[in-house]
Design a protein around this ligand. Structure first.
Ligand code: ZN
Length: 316
């Protein structure tokens, strides 16, 4: 049975697994991604993990990596959290080193494919997957096909312009992007303002949650569970902002499902109501049947997604 090595090249963690065509994982391993400024050190890490764990030959290597990533040329344009990762021809480097077919894909697109084939998108022909963490990225499946765009950059939803009059600056440098309003970073900014919000009781509760750590989105989830009204308000606001972005996506792409993944989506219970209220208000009647749901907890969505894309090319 065909099998491949699937690699999730993360900004902090490098995960490697052996996956067969039935999406069964024979082994998996991970190490902190070498951030030495020399991409070949990450290739060395992949080699070492394969040497230690793989007991038989594989038919190819599939890599999911952060974007922007030119999946047509197999070139990683940039990984902001890793030094030296600018215009790295990852596909050719791996092909040369391993003499195997190699496929390189954006990690959000890989996760979208994973959810489509094995998770919350099963049985669905058109879907959008949104990963909401530090930023907002995503992947599009339309009419049963993965949408990549000219160079594989499709799905950079985080930089849709949500509010041109906004004072919130995005990581891309512009004001008012979707991710400046609705990502984990936006929540982190809210958390930093929380110590002075609400009644003195609220402020005392917040101090108790944060203690001597840097206020962050995770504290907003903890505080919400304790009934901290300013945190609950921050989550409601996030739901409204998310809906505003999702509405544009739905009107543009007409998906059957929008699947919300990424760390922020694990706090779905705190923004579910405001998200759906706002969606109900803003969607045109013809689009209201779209389903907006959290992703399935699928630790290996990206690995399985990218492996399945490679399997297709090997078998065709
Ligand atoms: Zn932006």
């Amino acid at each position: 049975m065909p099998r491949c090595i699937a690699v999730d090249l993360g900004g902090t963690l490098l995960r490697v697994a052996e996956v067969n065509e039935r999406a069964e994982i024979a082994w998996r391993a991970s190490v902190p991604t070498a951030n030495t400024g020399h991409p070949q050190h990450v290739l060395d890490q992949i080699s070492e993990l394969i040497d230690v764990h793989a007991s038989h030959a594989v038919d190819g290597i599939a890599v999911a990596a952060p974007g922007p990533l030119d999946s047509r040329q197999g070139v990683v344009a940039r990984i902001p959290t890793l030094k030296g990762w600018n215009d790295v021809p990852l596909r050719d480097a791996l092909r040369t080193r391993f003499s195997l077919p190699v496929l390189v894909e954006n990690d959000a697109i890989a996760a979208a494919v994973g959810q489509w084939r094995y998770g919350a998108g099963s049985g669905c022909d058109s879907l959008v997957y949104l990963t909401i963490s530090t930023g907002i990225g995503g992947g599009i499946i339309s009419d049963g096909r993965v949408v990549r765009g000219r160079r594989g950059f499709a799905g950079h939803f985080g930089h849709m312009l949500l509010d041109p009059r906004s004072s919130l600056r995005c990581a891309c440098g512009h004001l008012g992007c979707f991710e400046a309003h609705a990502s984990g970073s936006a929540l982190d900014s809210q958390a930093r303002l929380m110590s002075s919000q609400g009644s003195s009781k609220c402020q005392a509760l917040w101090a108790q949650v944060v203690r001597d750590t840097q206020p962050a989105a995770s504290h907003l989830a903890l505080a919400a569970r304790l009934g901290h009204e300013p945190s609950l308000r921050a989550w409601r606001k996030l739901g409204v902002r998310l809906a505003q972005g999702v509405v544009s996506i739905v009107h543009a792409l007409d998906p059957e499902r929008v699947i919300l993944g990424g760390g922020v989506s694990q706090s779905y219970e705190w923004f579910e109501a405001s998200l759906h209220e706002q969606l109900a208000q803003l969607l045109m009647p013809e689009f209201k049947s779209v389903t907006v749901i959290p992703a399935h907890e699928l630790q290996d969505a990206g690995l399985l997604g990218v492996a399945s894309l490679l399997m297709e090319t090997i078998q065709s």
